[in-house]
Design a protein around this ligand. Sequence first.
Ligand code: ADP
Ligand code: MG
Length: 249
Amino acid sequence: MRPVIDMRGIHRIFETEAGFAHVLHDIDFTVDPGEFVAITGPSGSGKSTLMNILGCLDTPTSGTYLLTGLDVAELTDDELAEVRATQIGFVFQNFNLLPRMTVLENVMLPLAYTDCPRAERERRAVRALYSVALAVDHYDHRVNELSGGQMQRVAIARALVNDPAIILADEPTGNLDSHTGAMVLETLHALRRAGKTIVLITHDPGVAAQADRTVTIRDGRLYHEDERHGTKTRRRDVTSPAEITQVLG
Ligand code: ADP
Ligand code: MG
């Protein structure tokens, strides 16, 4: 079985006014189709940076990323946009919805630049909202009239509207109370049962425990379950300025 996500030797170095920030170090990460993988780790350890690369919102400084077998670095901007639109649904901690638009309009948004006719866009949006169990009488409401849990379900519906194979969720329950968070999590489980591949960033060990597998990031390095205590020898890290220059190419 070919992994849907296959990262090798990923580094991410940001150039800042203060110099280089070497945020991700030599990340190897693969995910099989239909897997539910949790990513945990302390604040500032590089989780969102990794997630943004996974979602093709950012590009690595070095290393290779194969997404459904395609080398992301070799795609044109148009091809990348196409892959992003068809393969990936992204859910953010802060929902990233447009507050003045209605629920239905927000969910239809990813289809706006496709040649999908309006009636079909609406049909798909309704289907996505149905799958996150948001009551129909909310569809015409502006998003800023909703509760946090309802907003996050709208955000998940928006991520689903293209029927992507992969759902990437960056702390989707981080801004929700535990009851509402549990409902959002149940939605992700239902998607997983429907065959979606899910990568979820979470701070909550209880949530991580429900995934098929957990990986942990500390200081930009990824630890798999069996090597959390450093038992596996890792490749040498790139740290000196000369080596960073080498990585940057
Ligand atoms: P997490 O999601 O685990 O809390 P992030 O991936 O957001 O962590 O950030 C990891 C580190 O990378 C932080 O120290 C952050 O300041 C730094 N970082 C993230 N994005 C940038 C950027 N665009 N430029 C410079 N530094 C960044
Ligand atoms: Mg983050």
